[in-house]
Design a protein around this ligand. Structure first.
Ligand code: IMP
Ligand code: MG
Length: 178
């Protein structure tokens, strides 16, 4: 098995492109079953989930909207400190059944922030679908209802995931060699 080098680190093959595609098909089937007849909006969290989103969407057979957004944190004027906002969200959320698409749910802090912000616009429901779930690292309020693989709390790259912005283009997933 070939290791790869990104910047100063070495990574070993972890999940093959075929294993990932099989998981993507399984996730799409679950969503196709669960959201029949519902007003469905996929919200893809950039940058990491671009590849997962693209692959998953090819297997969704339901009428749906697809939108992309980022979550960012800025210094607000209040003494409370940092304020989170969703950037690029230009879809109507009210009354929609939302499926958030993520590359990985790690601590869960990111999805918690996004869900809290989305709730202010009264969606009908919000669930999370991620290709990876680091269950051991998870400390958040929300868990992904749909996930491809539960993985250990180790750093991975590929299939959208980066190490200092490199590795996102790899069709398979690699784990940091320690
Ligand atoms: P969380 O807020 O801790 O759940 O982290 C979510 C975000 O951290 C993901 O969307 C990724 O951008 C990043 N992240 C977490 N684990 C990894 C990893 O192993 N490789 C690359 N990025 C990661
Ligand atoms: Mg990310």
């Amino acid at each position: 098995m070939e290791t790869i080098k990104l910047h100063d680190r070495t990574f070993s093959p972890y999940l093959s492109a075929q294993e990932i595609q099989d998981a993507v098909v399984r996730l799409a089937e679950q969503i196709n079953n669960d959201y029949r007849g519902k007003d469905l909006l996929f919200l893809s969290v950039l940058n990491g989930s671009f590849m997962f989103t693209s692959d998953l969407m090819k297997h969704i057979i339901l009428p749906c909207e697809i939108s992309f957004m980022k979550v960012s944190s800025y210094q607000g004027t209040e003494s409370t400190g940092r304020v989170d906002e969703l950037i690029g969200l230009n879809s109507q959320v009210l009354g929609k059944h939302i499926v958030l698409l993520e590359d990985v749910v790690d601590t869960g802090v990111t999805i918690d922030k996004i869900i809290r912000l989305l709730q202010t616009n009264n969606p009908e429901s919000v669930e999370v679908c991620s290709i990876l779930f680091k269950k051991e690292a998870h400390i958040g309020q929300n868990r992904p209802k749909y996930f491809g693989f539960e993985i250990p709390n180790k750093f991975v790259v590929g299939y959208g995931l980066d190490y200092n912005q490199h590795g996102r283009n790899l069709p398979s997933i690699y784990q940091l060699k320690t």
